[in-house]
Design a protein around this ligand. Sequence first.
Ligand SMILES: [Mn+2]
Length: 475
Amino acid sequence: MSDIVKKPIGITETILRDAHQSLIATRMPTEFMLPILDKMDKVGYHSVECWGGATFDASLRFLKEDPWDRLRKIRDGLKNTKTQMLFRGQNILGYRPYADDVVDNFVQRSVANGIDIIRIFDCLNDLRNLQAAVDATNRIKRQEGRGHAQIALSYTLGDAYTMEYWTDMAKKVEEMGADSICIKDMAGLLVPYKASELIKAMKEVTKLPIQLHTHYTSGVASMTYLKAVEAGVDVIDCAMSPFALGTSQPATEVMVETFRGTPYDTGFDQNLLAEIAEYFRPYRDECLANGLLNPKVMGVDIKTLLYQVPGGMLSNMVSQLKEQNAEDKYYDVLKEIPKVREDLGEPPLVTPSSQIVGTQAVFNVLMGERYKMATDQTKDMLRGKYGQTIKPMSEAVVQKVIPGEERITCRPADLIENEMHKLEAEMKEWKQQDEDILSYALFPQVATDFFKYRQAQQEKVDMTQADTGNAAYPV
Ligand SMILES: [Mn+2]
């Protein structure tokens, strides 16, 4: 046995991003995060994920915090640990495709403010939507010696997603100049033995490190990690136990203990992890007490495996049906979802493709005729504005929804003119730092409201006296 090579598994800690996004609607405030960073910095994590679309949005919208300020403070607290963010390809952290100059600028400011690893994904796995962000990261890495471009493939099931598809994608990701690959299983669809097969196949075609990201939603996640680690995966995403399991990730402490004494031993100090968990546990109790943490999301949702529909998408669908007094149509819509997905070229179901497919399926069932009405997003999807799907879209549906219209086959961002100057002109009265232009670019209304709030705070205005409707603040 002496010839066993040690290969300590890396762990990305998600408690400052995905864990609280998945369990408590991304509401963990910066002030609560800061006191524990010093201890987290001593664990030896591969990285700490701490930034992304929802954290950025919720900071501005609900917490009235500057997300850039959060990033700088986390950076200060994590002196020896890499920070990681999630980036929606050409959509950056927002919901529409942006011009390349905004993508470039955002990557640059993210690294300048403290991000080390940028995990970049596209909801259609259209690699053209990732190139600008990867190129920007690589350029900054050459200039500053810091920055890591990780390409994440959105994991999904379907005829088109064969082992050959995934290995072919892995080769392309390497050719694009990524530093590592992530398999991003947002719904917990990757089952243990399939994970083993997938990681082995990918390891045969690429030398890039492979990271696995999954959710506990369907109940198989820790077994999936075990098989993936045995098959050679390099890094797994975990969350400290108070914010693990359910719709979040497997627990960090459990995975650490699972691999203790094996070649994959992380070497992490379980006592230190216990101290960190101790810090987060009362906050979990508080969230349970105030309803922010719903016990419903803590269990196993086996429907995820049955219908291959992410949990968040199911709850959206239920609320749409409720609004229409059509909850009895639940199973009809569930059956319609795979059909719409097929019509639209069988995309992975992740923001925003999940909302597009789910909403259209609801329309198709409620109208009693398929595509009698189509949402603007369905139309844009059919026009090719989100990029190319793995399978061709249904020609019959295209002809019914956008008859005679021109469709895009180029990289969608090639049609968007540089827009940094225009965006800056629109918001310049609020600008206190260059990063504010980017906050505005992503969430124009929410950012503007935040800028007004910030200014009022700075001028010590009594917010109860402020007329937010007219944006007039008594000074
Ligand atoms: Mn996730």
